[in-house]
Ligand binder design. Structure first.
Ligand SMILES: Nc1ncnc2c1ncn2[C@@H]1O[C@H](COP(=O)(O)OP(=O)(O)OP(=O)(O)O)[C@@H](O)[C@H]1O
Length: 752
């Protein structure tokens, strides 16, 4: 074969078992089978890949050089990019070998292109690049920009214009198909003409039009949408949708399914801030991690794994995405919750500050410390003290500054009066100020090195009452500051201290080096305060490359200072950054999304999401007591587990005590694979998990039951609305709502 072989029509198709398909569909299947046979035959001729020694990439580079020598012009950029990537990876410590093409699943996309004056050619999209012009096989990594742009942006039958290396190319997409190849077998083809699946017997059949549009959520697994008639009867849990589901329920790697809008966000320029506002299940996490893969591939040595940070909302979400990062070629990326990250950096920055963290911070104090007015005050005061030189420039000076700003009554009151926040009236501000004025000096006294100095400067301290003084001095008259109970930090102080450090001293440090990442992805950003985001933005190297993803409808920390994206971006000085909306809800069915939107009431986005899949109606089951509800659930769950052993079911309550009651009842009913999740230790495998809604943020299940959706548990307030919305949108296929007392007023009237 020569370099032009891919331009020739495909080998005569092997006759497949396509009897039930019409002529056009059969032709498509036969073309794809022939193509796969050719690729398989070629891959079988390759020597088995030798694991390259960790520090030696010469072999891979030599092989790529040989491929380039015999490649066609338009293939050269992909190969050069792969070479750069190998070189870049080799440069990292803990380097990993670039994977060869996996013969079991060599590609997931097929483009047939026609360019002016050239014969037609086939380009396959996969997870790594392999071009063998002689064998007529051209597989290109999905992250390789020009080719992937054609794959993701253009539809079959449309004309395209792209730049390949130095060359502008115009052409037409003759065919654009997404294929599922597993264990070297072609199992599914999605094309504009239809979706064709191969059954167990080897016979191909066409999914009906409705089912064919239901792509989503399960990665390469085949969804048994056409099995829906099996189940979905009212009063039965389970729709049949989880029958063939994946065993592993971590976030899937779904490069094959990305839609043009998602790809647009993933492939945004590597510098700049991309802010994604998308409803539940619209692919925010998916985009964040795929964008990192894209940057790592295209950004050369800048975006190596050790230079990227992912900040997630909970340990559960960290576990959820843990498997996809290595699968995307990103092993070793740090994934942390903000609280853990901030705490550890604060401890490293202020190692001598051994203040315990307060467990019962009043909500007014949280509001005070995370309020944008406080961030503004920190920024203004830092500028002033730096200008007038009234600040110690060492790390201890940062602590003084923090204490001073938080407890300077006049300035604080002026700042909050100017902010004029109706949700934070001045009497609450004063209460919070009192807390700080009380505690900050006690924290300063923890620093033995500075205690003497503190006493000398005591004229600046907030005044203690005589009683407090006595307590501080200890009843025996000795200095008892070491055991002053008020010498605690609130969780929110981590951010304030870190921000104060940045404002006064510049970059945070990792050892002696600046703590700087090249890319930051923040998921669930709506639960971070502007000050948290500000700290994070300043640990990213210039020119900044950041992805912020969040959903205002899923806010859980109502005191966190985040109101909406626009306001938060303005507060961060990012007024010109666009908020990128995502509209397609991939995870949940239309029925689930309708319910989830209804419970939001006035908090819902005026533009409803588009949910392409339809499924079982949401059902409300009302019982007089928790016992009766639990007995009913046990009866519904047992057959579900028998019918669909791969299903995942979440039974979600608002409070842990409620989850305990149902868990105990289901345990006594001997429900198999039952797990009570108390502290984010999710299994990501089939079974029944009983937990609280807060814990499942960001995760997904086939089926969800919301427990005790009673008026007493979910009154008509914002927090209840957000919680119900989050709980409901964990469901991919079916949602039940159970009440065991007077139902919540948030339930839509149409549910009964
Ligand atoms: N283009 C797509 N086609 C099919 N499935 C998709 C697509 N994009 C995302 N998904 C799937 O939709 C589900 C939800 O994605 P993801 O978790 O990224 O959404 P999210 O916006 O972060 O959700 P949440 O806000 O609820 O945490 C996942 O199963 C993901 O694989």
């Amino acid at each position: 074969m020569n370099a032009n072989d891919l331009q020739a029509p495909l080998d005569p198709p092997q006759p497949g078992n396509t009897a039930s398909l019409d002529e056009d569909a059969a032709k498509i299947v036969q073309e794809e089978e022939a193509l796969l046979s050719r690729v398989k035959a070629h891959l079988a001729t390759l020597p088995p890949p030798k694991p390259a020694p960790k520090s030696d990439y010469d072999e891979q580079l030599l092989s790529l050089r040989d491929q380039i020598a015999s490649a066609r012009l338009e293939d050269v950029p992909a190969l050069v990019q792969q070479m750069e990537r190998v070189t870049g990876i080799a440069a990292q410590r803990n380097a990993h070998v670039v994977e060869p093409v996996d013969p079991k699943s060599p590609y997931f996309g097929h483009l047939r292109l026609r360019e002016k004056g050239r014969p037609d050619r086939d380009v396959l999209i996969g997870k790594t690049t392999h071009v063998d012009a002689k064998a007529g096989v051209r597989i290109v990594d999905w992250r390789h920009a020009p080719v992937s742009q054609i794959y993701y942006r253009y539809e079959e039958g449309t004309d395209y214009e792209e730049t390949f290396g130095e060359r502008d190319v115009e052409g037409t997409i003759l065919a654009r198909r997404t294929v599922t190849i597993d264990e070297s077998e072609l199992l599914r083809i999605s094309a504009p003409q239809g979706t064709f699946v191969r059954g167990m017997s080897g016979a191909w059949r066409s999914l009906d039009v409705r089912a064919a549009s239901l792509a989503g959520g399960q990665g390469v697994a085949i969804r048994p949408e056409d099995m829906r008639e099996m189940a979905g009867r009212a009063g039965a849990l389970g729709t049949g949708a989880a029958f063939h589901a994946r065993e592993d329920r971590h976030l899937p790697e779904i490069a094959a399914l990305l839609d043009p809008r998602q790809f647009e966000l993933i492939s945004k320029p590597d510098t700049g801030i991309v802010v994604i506002q998308g409803g539940a299940g619209s692919g925010k996490t998916t985009i964040g991690v795929h964008r990192m893969a894209f940057l790592a591939y295209n950004g050369g040595r800048r975006f190596t794994a050790d230079k990227m940070l992912v900040v997630v909302g909970s340990p559960a979400l960290r576990a959820y995405i843990s498997e996809v990062l290595p699968a995307l070629g990103l092993p070793g990326i740090a994934v942390e919750t903000y609280a853990e990250w901030a705490r550890s950096v604060r401890i490293k920055t202020f190692p001598w500050l051994e203040a315990p963290v307060e467990e019962n911070t009043p909500s007014v104090v949280t509001r005070y410390k995370t309020h944008p007015a406080m961030l503004g005050l920190f920024e203004r005061r830092a500028k002033e003290v730096l200008e007038d030189g009234t600040i110690r420039r060492d790390v201890r000076g940062v602590l003084y500054f923090w204490a001073d700003v938080l407890s300077d009554k006049d300035r604080v009151l002026a700042a909050f009066e100017a902010a004029n926040d109706p949700e934070f009236p001045m009497d609450q501000v004063k209460r919070a100020w009192r807390w700080c004025a009380d505690r900050c000096p006690a924290v300063l006294d923890l620093d033995p090195g500075d205690r003497t100095e503190r006493k000398a400067a005591s004229a600046d301290e907030p005044e203690y009452s005589e009683e407090e003084h006595k307590r501080r001095q200890g009843v025996d008259g000795q200095d008892a500051s070491d055991r002053d109970e008020r010498a605690t930090l609130d969780v929110e102080d981590d951010s304030l201290l870190l921000r104060a450090y940045q404002l006064l001293r510049g970059e945070l440090k990792k050892g002696k080096q600046p703590l700087l990442y090249e890319h930051l992805f923040v998921d669930e950003a709506q639960d971070l305060a502007p000050v948290d985001l500000s700290v994070l933005m300043h640990v990213v190297n210039q020119p900044r490359s950041i992805t912020l993803a969040g959903d205002t409808a899923q806010r859980l920390f109502m005191d966190s200072g985040f109101r909406d994206w626009r306001q938060t971006l303005d507060e961060l000085g990012l007024s010109r950054v666009e908020v990128e909306p995502l509209r397609i809800a991939y995870r949940s069915t239309r029925e689930v999304m309708e319910f989830a939107r209804a419970v939001l009431g006035p908090l819902a986005d005026p533009t409803p999401p588009v949910a392409p899949r339809s499924g079982a109606p949401v059902e409300h089951h009302h019982f007089p007591s928790q016992g009766a509800a639990a007995a009913f659930l046990a009866d519904a769950i047992r057959p579900l587990i028998q019918r669909e052993p791969r299903a995942t079911l979440a039974i979600l309550s608002r409070h842990p005590e409620q989850a305990d009651v149902y868990y105990e009842a289901l345990r006594m009913a001997e429900i198999p694979h039952l797990r009570r999740i108390r502290s984010y230790e999710f299994a990501f495998r089939p079974g029944v998990e009983v937990t609280e809604i807060r814990q499942v943020k960001g995760l997904e299940y086939d089926y969800v039951v919301l427990l005790d959706v009673n008026a007493a548990t979910y009154p008509a307030d914002d927090e209840s609305r957000h919680l119900l919305h989050i709980g409901a949108t964990r469901a991919a296929h079916q949602l039940w709502v159970v009440s065991s007392g007077a139902p919540s007023p948030l339930l839509p009237a149409w549910l009964d």
